[in-house]
Design a protein around this ligand. Structure first.
Ligand code: ADP
Ligand code: MG
Length: 323
């Protein structure tokens, strides 16, 4: 089991199957993911790729079908219902697409933030002070006595974020928190996540449809068909003003990687491919192809074998010219 110095979140070969009538839906198909404590991460992916399923599992709202998942040393598969309920209430904060989902409409912003603490059995001056600090962090100190109806969508979402953080969770999960906001408001919400991550050190995962989320987080992983497909890391480059983004494909624990469909189409790779070790790395080739470098090296020693291929190539060229 991962200890203190180990990553905060570890998913290994995570599988989630939903059964509807007699049909099985594979929402997660062996997902591997490692997240360090204090990371601010983005999760992107097409609709139906398994993002919400992953968030629900990490937040203890849903149980995986197979695989392994640890959060902060908790083995989420081994916990009983009592333990998982306590985990969800005390260690995780949720932010949903509709900010209103976390807010009681007839309470003020301040009262809404105090409420989860009261439910957790806390009281007194400290509670109010903590709530006011959270309101300040989300930039709503002067709106503390306003009700939901008196606030804009962006302001409601900010209250919802403060509510999610009321019980000082170590993990903040936000599922498309900017999905219903315009881009300027979305930007302000991302800035609040950055600030909270920086000031409180809370590990934060933000699911987004917005590919541009990379600008607001430190790392973005893309989920495709219930697996991690690519990972984009932001790198500061010494001589450049703008950070650079490096997108990489992800290898799963068995060494498999997912090749983007556009490459498969472009190179006519179907079902099988050939791997070729070259000086700089591994080439993935359609069956029956060899790389040019390998070709030229080989043509020296295997001139006889290469000749039919050359003839075929010339014939093809001839046919195209004379068509
Ligand atoms: P995303 O959040 O990336 O849009 P989801 O995690 O919601 O994707 O869904 C992944 C897949 O699992 C989809 O095919 C979806 O239809 C299916 N799914 C999600 N939740 C359920 C459920 N409760 N019952 C049955 N199928 C579900
Ligand atoms: Mg979703």
């Amino acid at each position: 089991m991962p200890g203190q110095s180990e990553p905060f979140i570890v998913c290994e070969n995570l599988v989630k199957i939903y059964k509807v009538a007699n049909i099985e839906v594979f929402a997660l198909q062996g997902l591997d993911l490692t997240i360090n404590a204090g990371e601010l991460m983005g999760i992107v992916g097409a609709s139906g790729s398994g993002k919400t399923t992953l968030m629900n599992i990490l937040g203890g709202l849903d149980r995986p079908s197979a695989g392994r998942v640890w959060v902060g040393g908790n083995d989420l598969l081994k916990m009983n219902n009592f333990a998982i309920n306590r985990y969800r209430r005390s260690e995780v904060g949720f932010v949903w697409q509709q900010g209103g989902r976390n807010i009681v409409p007839y309470l003020t912003a301040l009262e809404n933030i105090v409420l989860p603490m009261t439910l957790a059995g806390q009281g007194g001056r400290k509670v109010k002070q903590h709530a006011l600090r959270l309101l300040e962090l989300v930039g709503l100190a002067e709106r503390r006595n306003h009700h939901l109806a008196q606030m804009s969508g962006g302001e409601q979402q900010r209250v919802a974020i403060a509510v999610a953080l009321a019980n000082e969770p170590k993990l903040l999960l936000a599922d498309e928190p900017t999905g219903e906001l315009d881009s300027a408001t979305a930007l302000s919400i991302y800035q609040i996540f950055q600030r909270l991550n920086h000031e409180l050190g809370v590990t934060t995962l933000i699911v987004s449809h917005d590919q541009g989320i990379g600008r607001h987080v430190n790392r973005v992983v893309a989920v495709r068909d219930g697996k991690l497909a690519t990972e984009t890391v932001r790198l500061s480059v010494a001589h450049k003003a703008e950070d650079e983004f490096h997108e990489m494909v992800v290898l799963d624990s068995a060494g498999r990687l997912q090749i983007p469909t556009e490459y498969l189409d472009r190179y006519q790779i179907k079902r099988r491919a050939q791997l070729e070790a070259t000086e700089r790395g591994v080439l993935i080739l359609p069956v029956g192809e060899t790389s040019h470098t390998a070709e030229s090296q080989r043509s020296l020693s295997l001139a006889g074998e290469a000749a039919p291929k050359l003839r075929r190539g010339l014939r093809g060229l001839w046919e195209r010219m004379t068509r």
